[in-house]
Design a protein around this ligand. Structure first.
Ligand code: SF4
Length: 436
């Protein structure tokens, strides 16, 4: 049953989950466009003949969001609102046979490394000459920059290696070419991403090569900010900090998920480190790059987490004063090592512990933000919202960190450009300022 005219060869790509999925969708869209499809990302109009959903299979909430999205389009297909529905990404990689049984309306399911087969199903070719090419879905001035796929780490709670496979680094020369291509299109900021950024090069160069890569990317004309996401603490390559200090266009910013602040929990999580070693690493990093902004991510309610473990993490967060922090409640994931243990911390308590940490962090963030008042910061403007131009300093990654708000009526700044901003006030997660 077809109730409305659908645009022939029009593909709507819907992306769920993390920045790595955004990257994969952008690569897929470039391939589709090169095959003469009219492709759009999260199209506002529901007039596409084909929908491709790039799913997330990481933890409960994310999985539920992916399933709800698939069901929405499966229903739309039944109502003739769309012709073909295809599903790819992590949830599909992890639960393909279940999904085929549960939601048979979907025309086909693909894994995380099956773009060529997906294209073939749409009677399109995988164009090797396009490797690294993307249709950006982010504002034109910044781009997520995936330097490797997969992960070799044994973290007990994590299902990512099940969905993304072993760590595979992309060669430096290819990445430098990609960066030059992006810079030529006006990209000024690269967010370096991987499952484990610091593992870069160990497979193809038999040595940690993140510092060398960053140094090469910093040479690319037009790239003004290089930002590091998803660093792993154990074996952290300290030479990365030397490059961060030496190169103006490498942000003094480091995202390093640390997961917990109790040594007993870190051991249970198979993180290969202790609270003491983590503290020593953070102190070292702060000594080498004093004004660095460190972002971290934690988990509350891991199996066996006692009140004492939680209190140890709470005190550690209070003492460490991370500039940016997020926390997830533990999600009991099949086929992970932790799935062998009883998920014994009640959901309510997991939530309470996560909220307590965020309450603490909100105060820490407020106090740290006061230090920016009276300072002039280089700000990259991303968007306009209401009465404000909204931007970020080098200490802020898009979507997850602080923002800088500049009143529209007082001045004019160009979106996608940098401006020097005098910070005049600050609250928990936002800074306010005026053009210097
Ligand atoms: S390093 Fe990250 S992606 Fe890899 S197993 Fe650990 S938590 Fe998962």
């Amino acid at each position: 049953m077809k109730t409305k005219t659908l645009k022939k060869n029009k593909v709507n790509v819907v992306t769920l989950g993390c920045s790595k999925n955004i990257f994969d969708s952008e690569v897929m869209m470039a391939q589709l466009k090169a095959n003469k499809f009219d492709v759009e990302h999260e199209a506002k109009q529901d007039d596409s003949e084909i929908v491709i959903i790039n799913t997330c299979g990481f933890i409960d909430n994310a999985k539920q969001e992916s399933i709800d999205t698939i069901l929405r389009y499966a229903d739309a297909k039944k109502e003739g609102q769309v012709d073909k529905v295809y599903v790819t990404g992590c949830l599909s990689e992890r639960y393909k046979s279940d999904l085929e049984t549960e939601i048979p309306e979907v025309d086909a399911y693909f894994g995380t490394r099956e773009l060529p087969r997906l294209l073939k199903t749409l009677k399109a070719d995988y164009k090797h000459e396009l490797v690294g090419e993307r249709l950006l879905t982010t504002p034109a001035h910044f781009a997520y920059f995936k330097i490797a796929e997969g992960c070799d780490r044994p973290c007990s709670f994590c299902a990512i290696p099940l969905m993304r496979g072993k760590h595979v680094s992309t060669p430096i020369e290819d990445l430098v070419q990609q960066a030059k291509g992006l810079a030529a299109k006006g990209v000024k900021e690269l967010m370096l991403i991987a499952q484990d950024l610091t593992y870069y090069g160990l497979d193809i160069y038999k040595k940690r090569s993140l510092a060398e890569l960053i140094d090469r990317l910093a040479d690319v004309e037009g790239i003004e900010w290089i930002r590091l996401h998803y660093a792993f603490p154990t074996g952290f390559p300290m030479d990365v900090l030397d490059v961060m200090k030496a190169r103006e266009n490498v942000c003094n910013y480091l995202d390093m998920p640390l997961q917990h602040g109790s040594t007993r929990m870190l051991k249970a999580m198979r993180r290969g480190t202790t609270r003491e070693k983590t503290e020593a690493l953070i102190d070292n990093i702060r000594n080498i790059v004093p004004d660095i902004a460190i972002r971290t991510t934690l988990i509350s309610g891991y199996p066996g987490e006692t009140e004492a473990d939680f209190q140890e993490m709470y005190d550690w967060v209070e003492k460490s004063k991370f500039e940016r922090l997020g926390i997830f409640t533990y999600s009991h994931e099949e086929n992970t090592h932790a799935f062998n243990f009883k998920d014994d911390v009640p959901e309510k308590l997991k939530r309470e512990r996560a909220d307590a940490i965020m309450e603490l962090q909100s105060g820490i963030s407020y106090n740290l933000n006061q230090k920016h008042i009276g300072q002039t910061r280089k700000v990259l403007f991303d968007k306009v919202e209401g009465d404000y131009f909204i931007g970020r300093t080098e200490f802020d990654s898009p979507e997850v960190d602080n923002e800088v708000l500049v009143k529209k009526m007082d001045t004019y700044v160009r979106i996608g450009d940098f401006s020097d901003i005098l910070i005049t006030s600050a609250d928990h997660y936002d800074l306010y300022g005026e053009v210097k």
